[in-house]
Each structure stands twice: as structure tokens, then as C-alpha cells.
Write a protein that binds this ligand. Structure first.
Ligand code: FES
Ligand code: FE2
Length: 423
């Protein structure tokens, strides 16, 4: 049995954790079965019968909305002989009918009809679709816990998760968001944990993303990224519970710097926000912008993008992303967000392809590391994560923070990993 306390130190982790299939099996159990996992946003199933498919760890699920307005998360697996009921990413249905023998399930997962019922003697009630033991949501963000042992969602989100989701939703005059029509998935030959790391790593920006920064000369990235290690005020933040953030707010020198526009260019949006929330709160949001952070383990709030980190094996994963759209704003404003998302995140863009290439190079190197090397006496296969440990400080609000180029975010992720995996 793997002793995770031995493999995750305060300033280093063992590379076998990115490559060993038995570690991956433990992660599916302890993180993706026993913990809360992000599933989707309820705007994706705005109307009754709309459904989307997802995975909770490796478990395929359907998220759908019932006629009474409630959102269900159901196993995408027929209770007869196990066929997937939905095999596309999204759709609309009045019920789910299996294509194999036509068993039919309601939007709530209950078994409604079995063809040739005379030969079937079991009680139908016991043959509804499997479902996660707990499903809960916060401001439209739907999370599920497969085995019911994770405690309340509010305790999982903690201060950091709530603060980051609030900052994103509060950008909308109605306080609500919806998602762009589809997700883009990048299938990457890398361990899933490289993505919570790199999505929240402020150290690599000047190198991996140099081409993006130089092609967008007048954005805040010039200040926040190219300012050098001490030339900007942005912070690498550990909120606790595995939730971490690159906090760019201290670097912003004007409102809307995060959107790369002036107030005049998006006047109707700003007016709507002030009318809805009052000048003080609206101005705060216009300065602060959206968060850039991870909600442990699989949800990345990438400013005006959401990303889902889907593990598929020890050495493969899918990085899904889509653009956030604000409710209560004019169409031109949401289109601007969509165009920015395409320029930054898509397969012909900068961020995800550059990070994917780096992650695959990392996987190439860690694949050769043997789990058996992981002993204190064996120096092989350790990965350093000590940067900035000596200059971390606790902010007045309790967050642990250091320079944006410090590995405070990565250590925050791995501390939670060690806690959860050691249970
Ligand atoms: S497998 Fe679904 S009806 Fe037989
Ligand atoms: Fe990156």
C-alpha cells in the first residue's frame, strides 16, 4: 500500500505520483469517489429534458433537468446490461431509452418501461439508474459526491471556493452566468494533476506563454507577467482545502484592466452593473474582475473561462474548457468574451496548446520513474516545489500568499492531496 505521506513533502513530491496506475486507482477512490467533484453548470440544462454527459472520475454521468425544475445527476449506464444511454455530449429528451433492449428511464432515473414485461419479474423500483449519493450546487455550479461520505458542499468549498465563485458571478448584473454553447476538449498524454498545477503556476508564464504575451502587447499581462519577479504585485495564493489562486488584482492599475478595455467601450455593461448593484459594489467588481484559480480537484476558474480537468488514466487526461457568458448584458459584450476565449484557449490559440505540449514533455520524463524509488534514502525521482517557501506570509484575511512566481499554489494543491490520499 502506498504511503502518501512519504511521497508528498512540504517542498517536493515524488514523480511516481504522476505515472503509477495504482496511485491513479487510489485517486479515483479517495478524490473522485469520496470527495466533491464539479459536474457542470445548471445553465447547461436550463430547460426540462436538456441533458449533458460528464464523468466523475471515470464514472460516466448524465446531468439533466426534470420537469419540476430540479437538476439530477444520473449514471450514464443502463441498469439492464450496462449500455451507455447517452453517447453524445448534449441533447434533449423526455426520457432516456436504451438502444440495446429499449428499457426506458425517466428524467429522474427511475425505470419506467421494460419491453415484453411478462418475462421480467423483478421490482422496477430497484432498477433505477445509479446516482451519486450527494448532489448540491452553489450559484449554479453543480457538484456531486459519489459515495456520500464527503460532508456538506459548503464545507468543501470553504472560504476560497465561495469567494472565487462569488467574484465571477458578481460580474453579472443579475448575479448569474451561463456557459457558451459547447465545451472544447483537449486530450492530453499527461497526468491530470499537471493541470491544477500549471493552470495556477505563475512561474512559467514568461516562458511557456511568451508568444501569447508578446502578441498581445497592450494587455495587463505586460505588467503582471513581464514585470519580472518583483516588478508586479500579483500574488500566488493558497486559500486552504486545495483551493488556490493567482491573484492579479494587486497589479491592476485601472478598472477593467482584466478585460483589456476602457469603461467607454463597454458603457452599457458598466451602467447595467451599477444599476443592479450600486456604484460601490459595481466599481469593486469592475476593478477586481474574475478570479484565476482552482476549486479542488477538477474545476479551474480561468477568468472568463471554465475548465474541467478529467482524469482518464495515470498518464492521460482531457482538459475541457468553455467561455463564461454573463446574464443581463448585451450580446456584443458576451461576444467579446467569446472571442477572447477563442484567442486564448482553443486548439488554434495559445494557452492550452502551449501548456499541453509542456505537460506531455513532463509526462515523457516522469513515466520512467519507478514507485520503488520513493524512499527517503533514494534520491531519484523527486520533483522540487520549494520556490518561495521562505517568503510566504499570512495575509490579514488568513490566506497564505507569496510572489506570483512562487510555488505557493502548487504546494496548496499538494497539501490537500496528501490529506485526502492519506485517509
Ligand atoms: S442493456 Fe439497456 S435495455 Fe438492455
Ligand atoms: Fe500555462
Amino acid at each position: 500500500m502506498t504511503n502518501y505521506g512519504d511521497l508528498v513533502g512540504g517542498d517536493r513530491v515524488h514523480a511516481s505520483l504522476y505515472a503509477d496506475e495504482s496511485v491513479f486507482a487510489d485517486e479515483l477512490d479517495r478524490i473522485f469517489t469520496r470527495g466533491w467533484v464539479f459536474v457542470g453548470h445548471d445553465s447547461e440544462v436550463a430547460e426540462a429534458g436538456q441533458w449533458v454527459t460528464r464523468r466523475i472520475g471515470r464514472e460516466p454521468v448524465i446531468m439533466t433537468r426534470d420537469r419540476d425544475g430540479s437538476v439530477h445527476v444520473l449514471a450514464n449506464r443502463c441498469s439492464h446490461r450496462g449500455t451507455a444511454l447517452c453517447w453524445e455530449h448534449r441533447g434533449r429528451a423526455t426520457s432516456f431509452q436504451c438502444n440495446y433492449h429499449a428499457w426506458t428511464f425517466g428524467l429522474d432515473g427511475s425505470l419506467r418501461a421494460v419491453p415484453y414485461p411478462a418475462g421480467f419479474e423483478k421490482d422496477r423500483v430497484s432498477l433505477g439508474l445509479d446516482r451519486p449519493a450527494q448532489v448540491d450546487s452553489y450559484r449554479g455550479f453543480v457538484f456531486a459526491n459519489l459515495d456520500g461520505s464527503a460532508g456538506p458542499l459548503a464545507a468543501h468549498l470553504g472560504r476560497g471556493g465561495v469567494d472565487m465563485i462569488d467574484r465571477l458571478c458578481d460580474l453579472s448584473p443579475t448575479g448569474t452566468i451561463h456557459l457558451a454553447p459547447n465545451w472544447i476538449g483537449h486530450q492530453v498524454h499527461s497526468n491530470w494533476k499537471m493541470w491544477p498545477e500549471s493552470d495556477n503556476d505563475g512561474y512559467h508564464l514568461n516562458w511557456v506563454h511568451a508568444s501569447m504575451v508578446s502578441s498581445a502587447p497592450d494587455t495587463y499581462y505586460q505588467e503582471t507577467v513581464l514585470g519580472g519577479e518583483t516588478g508586479n504585485q500579483s500574488l500566488a495564493v493558497d486559500w486552504g482545502d486545495g483551493h488556490v489562486e493567482l491573484d492579479f488584482r494587486p497589479s491592476y492599475r485601472r478598472e477593467l484592466a482584466w478585460l483589456g478595455v476602457t469603461r467607454e467601450r463597454v458603457a452599457s455593461y458598466c451602467d447595467a452593473l451599477v444599476a443592479a448593484r450600486g456604484a460601490e459594489a459595481a466599481n469593486r467588481s469592475l476593478w477586481d474582475g474574475p478570479p484565476h484559480g482552482l476549486i479542488f480537484p477538477n474545476l479551474f476558474l480561468g477568468e472568463l473561462n471554465l475548465a474541467i480537468i478529467e482524469p482518464t488514466s495515470a498518464s492521460t487526461m482531457v482538459h475541457w474548457h468553455t467561455a463564461v457568458q454573463l446574464d443581463g448584458v448585451d450580446e456584443a459584450f458576451n461576444r467579446r468574451i467569446l472571442r477572447q476565449s477563442e484567442a486564448a484557449m482553443g486548439p488554434a490559440a495559445f494557452i492550452v496548446p502551449d501548456d499541453a505540449a509542456t505537460a506531455e514533455r513532463m509526462q515523457l520524463a516522469v513515466d520512467g520513474v519507478q514507485p520503488g524509488w520513493a524512499s527517503a534514502a533514494d534520491p531519484r525521482g523527486w520533483i522540487d516545489m520549494s520556490r518561495g517557501l521562505g517568503r510566504e506570509r499570512t495575509e490579514p484575511d488568513g490566506r497564505k500568499a507569496a510572489l506570483i512566481s512562487d510555488e505557493t499554489t502548487n504546494r496548496g494543491f499538494w497539501r490537500q492531496y496528501r490529506t485526502v490520499m492519506s485517509r
